[in-house]
Design a protein around this ligand. Structure first.
Ligand SMILES: [Zn+2]
Length: 401
């Protein structure tokens, strides 16, 4: 097993990263022995990982971070760094390595205050003498100010600092930043590759693995969730049951309310799991006695945490809604495929009866119009339109007939 094993269907990307990690390791080894650095190193200080949602750009960056921090003794015997087991690999993958700092958007944007400490850290030396790694998930969510802060740091990196930026596409990142990055693009893994991974890694039965992989069309995390979490399967089934129910206005409004409520419930659950615990941890860190008053001047810090949690809640709700809309889009794509006489790539084979009924009862033009209505809803949500309003407009447009 190595850190690259979880990158499904990304052999080219893994090979590039593996070569860079070997050269990076040679650099560290030479420096420790006070030797000159090896020439023609494949290691660079800034990387940009792009690829469609679910292809695993964050996992690729995380695996690379682990390989850079690998301290396995096998490296000295010619083995590749990235064993997956040593303390360096393990903590980097887990997110607890002292020299790997990950930043992810909690809301619609990564604010400059979210980046400030990280940028400062990027100018310091790594504690363990290897690499100071800054991993920015959702780099497309850097706003103007936070992107500029990152740009300054990427322009003048400290000798052992590595920036790993992840975004859906290269156009999502400021030209000035991306021109300084080595770019790696991940492609959507094949349904077969995802199914194999679910069997091999998660011990899923081959048939269930194939169904989950097909239903999620190469989105690795969603496929795993669908294969392992009954609640996710239930949610998907209820979303796929919607199209046939949308016959009159009342039913459309009810369906919209259900979609929004389910997403809100997801956000609430996550908040219940995390918010109180984070607040307790922060209070402990600030030195408050149990149930006692917080020290002077710390109210602002608590307020920052509450702001972050509120942004995260909104984001979780929107992400959850987006998954449902993705399922609906896949459903109508299947309807369209049937109407055009192609059964080859049906994603939702388990909903075949509903697909057939809608395919017979409507035209390809109306199906296309419905797919567009879902796209319009996603765009509206991106622009912060109130979720219920956007989803109601969509379900009305999906109405049969
Ligand atoms: Zn290792």
């Amino acid at each position: 097993m190595t850190v690259w094993d979880d990158l499904v269907g990304q052999e080219k990307v893994s090979a590039v990263l593996d070569a860079a990690a070997r050269d990076a390791d040679a650099l560290v080894t030479a420096a420790a022995a006070h030797e000159p650095p090896p020439e023609a190193s494949k290691m660079t200080h800034a990387w940009l990982f792009t690829g469609p949602p679910g292809a695993g750009r964050n996992q690729a960056a995380r695996a690379f971070a682990a390989a850079l921090q690998c301290v396995s003794p096998d490296r000295a015997l010619g083995g590749s760094p990235g064993c997956g087991f040593c303390d360096g690999c393990h903590t980097a993958l887990l997110g607890t390595h002292a020299d790997v700092t990950a930043v992810a958007a909690v809301g619609a944007e990564i604010l400059v205050k979210d980046m400030r400490d990280t940028v400062r850290k990027s100018f310091t030396s790594p504690a363990n003498g290897r690499w100071q790694i800054i991993l920015v998930e959702d780099a497309e969510r850097l706003n103007e100010k936070s992107a500029n802060a990152v740009l300054k740091a990427v322009e003048e990196p400290a000798p052992r600092t590595v920036w790993l930026l992840c975004a859906p596409s290269i156009e999502d990142v400021l030209p000035t930043i991306r021109s300084r990055c080595r770019h790696l693009n991940l492609s959507t893994p094949s349904v077969g590759a995802v199914a194999d991974m679910l069997v091999r890694r998660d011990g899923i039965e081959p048939e269930a693995a194939a169904a989950a992989a097909r239903a999620t069309q190469g989105h690795v995390d969603r496929a795993r969730r669908l294969a392992t979490d009954p609640a996710a399967r239930e949610r998907r089934a209820s979303v796929l049951g919607l199209p046939l129910r949308l016959d009159e206005v009342g039913a459309c409004l009810k369906a919209a309310q259900e979609l929004v409520d389910a997403a809100a419930e997801d956000a609430k659950q996550l908040a219940e799991e995390m918010d109180a615990k984070e607040a307790e941890e922060l209070k402990a860190a600030l030195g408050a006695a149990q149930g006692g008053r917080l020290p002077r001047g710390t109210a602002g810090v608590m307020k920052d945490l509450e702001d972050m949690q509120k942004r995260r809640r909104t984001r979780t709700q929107r992400d959850s809604l987006d998954i449902a809309l993705g399922d609906l889009t896949a459903f109508y794509r299947d309807v369209l495929a049937l109407q055009l006489g192609s059964r080859v790539a049906i994603a939702n084979a388990d909903a075949e009866d509903a697909l057939e009924r809608l395919a017979r009862g409507s035209t390809p033009e109306s199906t296309l119009r419905r797919i567009e209505a879902i796209g319009a809803c996603r765009e509206a949500l991106d622009r912060n339109v109130a979720p219920l309003l956007a989803v109601e407009a969509m379900t009305m447009a999906l109405r049969a007939g």
